[in-house]
Design a protein around this ligand. Structure first.
Ligand code: ADP
Ligand code: ASP
Ligand code: MG
Length: 411
């Protein structure tokens, strides 16, 4: 039996009517002969509400307890989904992450999947049931509940596709596909028919919250096609897949904005072998996820080392830096909050020049000051003041004509 994974995000299961609508779509797919595994997120803004509940009682809640709490949102949706299917005369069974042995590491609130036991799901599919799995959650080797990071239900969906041998994972959400930029911020953004895993991974990692980055990594590694589409309209969305030659013709595919960032600069660090390794080993031990790193030699014996992190990791990162400061003979530590990163992404950048120049010109014209610049083969990112970030994104989108379909752009 061919298996399809259908993942429904928070807004797509927000109330009884939405769950019924999603359930009808699932039944339609099952009637075509597919084995359907549904992955559901917590309803509406429930995860946000649970976070707020926790913070009301404790400004720094233990991460293990946070996971214990946040996982309850998905547990509710899956059982409600199964009940809706049952009411429509369809045999269904729901599972939590622990019930399908969704094993993760022990990094609470941003755990990574280690293995999944597909046997229980397969058995139920063979019995003709629709299986509904709680997204976003797993358990570690000590049976503690873990969560995969905000937006992590996408990763549950694609990881299940990988282990069950499903070729397709459909992501049903509140937009009808991947746009050249977040359509909530840049109203003129256009929908893409397809995007490569590499571009989508960059976009997702740089703030395009429509997909969880780990989901794209699983998709690429295990050859799962991901179809991001609307849960309210039955139209084609965007296919995330391997790169095809014509994708290179498009220089810039999309632009992103990443908010809630902070930058830590270690000024005047001894310029000797091993110091960068010491700093980042310390940060890794503190479980801080480091984004862009810039190191520059400022004299024969001193260097400046800066790195970007999300604001949620700032306390842990500052602590780690304080501990290591003396060992690396750092003159001073400079922390900048209220910073955001705007980026352009496109595999075509590999073979085109002038992209950086055009981006910087657009920012200059919009009178946006650039704090720091980082690049990879397929992206350019500039960090800017957070309150200028939207203006910066719109200026970049205009410069690269991201309001036009790819084939009609001059930029
Ligand atoms: P779900 O709850 O279904 O997982 P999310 O809120 O996580 O939905 O993701 C959908 C949202 O992602 C959209 O409402 C949109 O505002 C945002 N988004 C950010 N960047 C993009 C983009 N490039 N294309 C489409 N949507 C985007
Ligand atoms: N419910 C979780 C969140 O809001 C996971 C998800 O929706 O993907 O982040
Ligand atoms: Mg999401």
């Amino acid at each position: 039996m061919e298996i399809i994974i259908q993942k429904f995000g928070g807004t797509s299961v927000a109330d009884a009517e939405k769950i019924r609508q999603a359930a009808k779509r699932v039944i339609k797919t099952a009637e075509k002969g597919f084995g359907v595994v549904v992955v559901a997120s917590a309803r509406g803004k429930q995860t946000d509400q649970l976070v707020a509940d926790a913070l009301e009682l404790n400004p720094n809640p233990p991460k293990r307890e946070m996971d214990q709490l946040l996982s309850t949102g998905e547990q509710q949706s899956v059982s409600l989904f199964a009940m809706a299917l049952d009411a429509m005369g369809c045999d269904a069974i729901s599972f939590t992450g622990s019930q399908i042995r969704m094993m993760t590491d022990s990094v609470h609130t941003k755990a990574r999947i280690v293995s999944i036991d597909g046997k229980r799901i397969r058995r139920q599919l063979e019995l003709g049931k629709i299986v509904i799995v709680a997204g976003f959650q797993g358990i570690d080797e000590h049976e503690n509940i873990t969560t995969l990071g905000r937006g992590g239900s996408d990763t549950t969906g694609v990881a299940l596709a990988a282990i069950l041998g499903a070729k397709l994972c459909e992501i049903y959400t509140d937009v009808d596909g991947i746009y050249t930029a977040d359509p909530r911020i840049y109203k003129d953004a256009v929908k893409m028919k397809q995007i490569s895993y590499d571009e989508m991974l960059e976009m997702a990692s740089l703030g395009a919250g429509v997909m969880h980055p780990r989901a794209i990594e699983f998709g690429k590694k295990y050859d799962v096609t991901i179809h991001v589409r609307s849960s309210s309209e039955d139209i084609e969305g965007t296919i995330i897949t391997h790169e095809v030659p014509q994708m290179e013709g498009v220089v810039v595919s999309g632009a992103t904005i990443q908010r809630d960032m902070a930058k830590i600069s270690l000024v005047g660090v001894d310029n000797v072998p091993g110091n960068a390794a010491r700093v980042f080993a310390h940060l890794a031990k503190a479980k801080v996820v480091v984004h862009d790193i810039v190191q520059t030699e400022v004299s024969s014996d001193k260097a400046n080392l800066s790195f970007m992190i999300s604001i949620s990791d700032l306390v842990a990162a500052k602590e780690a830096v304080e501990q290591i400061k003396g060992d690396i003979n750092c003159r001073s530590v400079f922390v900048r909050k209220d910073i955001a990163e705007v980026s352009v992404v496109g595999v075509g950048m590999r073979s085109h020049y002038g992209v950086a120049e055009k981006m910087f010109e657009a920012l200059a014209e919009a009178k946006v000051n650039i704090d720091s610049i980082t690049t990879s083969e397929i992206r350019i990112s500039c960090s800017v003041d957070e309150d200028q970030a939207e203006k910066a994104l719109k200026a970049i989108c205009g410069a690269f004509e991201l309001h036009k379909p790819a084939e009609t752009r001059n930029a």
